[in-house]
Design a protein around this ligand. Structure first.
Ligand code: PLP
Length: 480
């Protein structure tokens, strides 16, 4: 048998030829995307590089199959192979995370959260109401009872972490559906340390009495004590939902164990599969037996037909994450984040929470006289891909921001270690120290434009290229 790398090279080369025969511009953009990803320092905390096995699994005829329903209980005929795929993916997910139940159909993290919200509402609000009324389903309700139930479903309380403290917009942010369908309140972080204060969360929960307490984050550079969160939820009768979209890889790789592993503590855990977990773009919901039947109603509650080709790729990614090498990878992700954080701090940069103990580093760029938007753009010019992010109580709001969020999962996949991440910190500090805030057309201070000294971007790119060449993306993969 030919070796896997040359098989992958010919698989992609041939696939691109087939695509080019129909729409050459798409084949070209696909080639260019690989070249761009290979030649930039990818530090977006929510991105990674899935393996060729995961990527190839997505490009099959499973994409053509409708399979609404659940395994063995589909609304379409001919789903026997989708049943196989979904069963294997769910088995791997349960084993990987030690979960009682896994639902692998959500198309994305937001979908997973919607499934979770509605299954908690179905379990805690709809089912008891139906039981009280002696109805087997909502179709049996009178119009009056249905209106009463709809009103109740739409008026429950949710407490989640605020966006500028690092929460996600689906955790009750007003412009998101979660902020509109729930009465929501948010908890933040300590204004001095930037850390979660569990006493403050508990006090808010006691006062607000949420139906759902959401834990989890997109931009909080620290670990969370989920045992404490569960205690808080239990005290006020809330369902604890943890969104581990960002750190699922660290849970799978057993970097987060005990109180830091959400699965034994939460009633419902949601995740994406494409961030630190390094799978295909998608979502999952893990649940206790108690919540499993309502989670299983994700379709038709909020989902349509599952993406069977992506469920297949989830199964492959979970199988990869169950290998010992994934544990080594996950630990390296966390170690590298520490190296990156130390690299910044020793060069005088300010970090939110003064460090990290997960995969995220949040740099407060206001000390460089820049907004997050200016810093993000200047870094991109120099071939360093990051994203701007609010810092707690951000004076520049969610658009311009005062922070830049960095993550280590992607470059760790490429094989970067301590020394490279220290170099990355040096390059970033160099760019930020030399970038200057620009002016608006009218001559006033601008939050968007910036100036970089001539030649600086090219010098940084050359220094990055040396590291990137040592750690190629998809080594040996050559497109013809
Ligand atoms: N939850 C968290 C914590 C996230 O960080 C994200 C994505 O950034 C999501 C959910 C949404 O994931 P997706 O983009 O797959 O919908």
């Amino acid at each position: 048998m030919a070796d896997l790398t040359s098989l992958t090279s010919s698989a992609y080369s041939q696939a691109l030829e087939v695509i080019a025969s129909v729409e050459p511009r798409i084949a070209e953009a696909t080639r260019k995307e690989l070249a761009d990803q290979r030649s930039s320092l990818k530090l977006i905390a929510s991105e990674n590089y899935a393996s060729p096995a995961v990527l190839l699994t997505m490009g099959t005829w499973f994409s053509d199959k409708y399979a609404e329903g659940t395994v063995g209980h589909r609304f379409y005929a001919g789903c026997q192979n989708v049943d196989t795929v979904e069963t294997i993916a769910a088995e791997h997910a349960r084993e990987l995370f030690g979960a009682e139940y896994a639902y692998v159909q959500p198309h994305s993290g937001i979908d997973a959260n919607l499934v979770a919200f509605w299954s908690i509402l179905a379990h805690r609000v709809e089912s008891p109401a139906l039981e009280k009324l002696g109805a087997r389903g909502v179709n049996e309700l009178t119009d009056v009872d249905w209106e009463t139930l709809r009103h109740e479903l739409g008026n429950q309380r949710l407490l989640g972490m605020s966006l500028d403290a690092g929460g996600h917009l689906t955790h009750g942010f007003r412009p998101n559906i979660s902020g509109k369908m729930f009465h929501q309140q948010q908890y933040g972080t300590d204004p001095v340390t930037g850390l979660l204060d569990y006493d403050v969360v508990a006090a808010k929960a006691r006062e607000f009495k949420p139906l759902i307490l959401v834990a989890g984050y997109s931009a909080y550079p620290r670990r969370v004590d989920f045992a404490k969160m569960r205690e808080i939820a239990d005290e006020v009768g809330a369902t604890l939902m943890v969104d581990m979209a960002h750190f699922a890889g660290l849970v799978a790789g057993k970097v987060f164990t005990g109180d830091e592993d959400p699965v034994p503590h939460a009633h419902v855990v949601t995740s994406t599969t494409h961030k630190s977990l390094r799978g295909p773009r998608g979502g999952i919901v893990l649940a206790t037996e108690e919540y499993a039947p309502s989670v299983d109603r994700g379709c038709p509650m909020v989902l349509g037909g599952p993406l069977s080709h992506v469920m297949a790729a989830k199964a492959v990614a979970f199988a990869e994450a169950r290998q010992d090498s994934f544990k080594t990878y996950a630990q390296q992700v966390a170690d590298n984040a520490k190296s990156l954080a130390e690299g910044f701090m020793k060069r005088g940069a300010k970090l939110v929470t003064d460090g990290t103990d997960n995969h995220i580093v949040l740099v407060d760029v206001s000390g460089f006289g820049l907004t997050g938007r200016q810093a993000e753009s200047a870094l991109l010019d120099a071939g360093i891909v990051t994203n701007r992010n609010s810092v707690p109580a951000d004076p520049n709001g969610a658009w311009y921001t005062s922070g830049v969020r960095l993550g280590t999962p992607a470059l760790t996949t490429r094989g970067f270690g301590h020394d490279e991440f220290d170099n990355v910190a040096e390059l970033i500090v160099h760019v930020l120290q030399n970038a200057e805030a620009g002016t608006t057309k009218a001559g006033g201070p601008s939050k968007a434009s910036y100036l970089l000294p001539d030649g600086l971007a090219d010098k940084v790119k050359a220094a990055s290229a040396e590291m990137l060449d040592k750690h190629p993306l998809y080594p040996g993969l050559e497109l013809t």
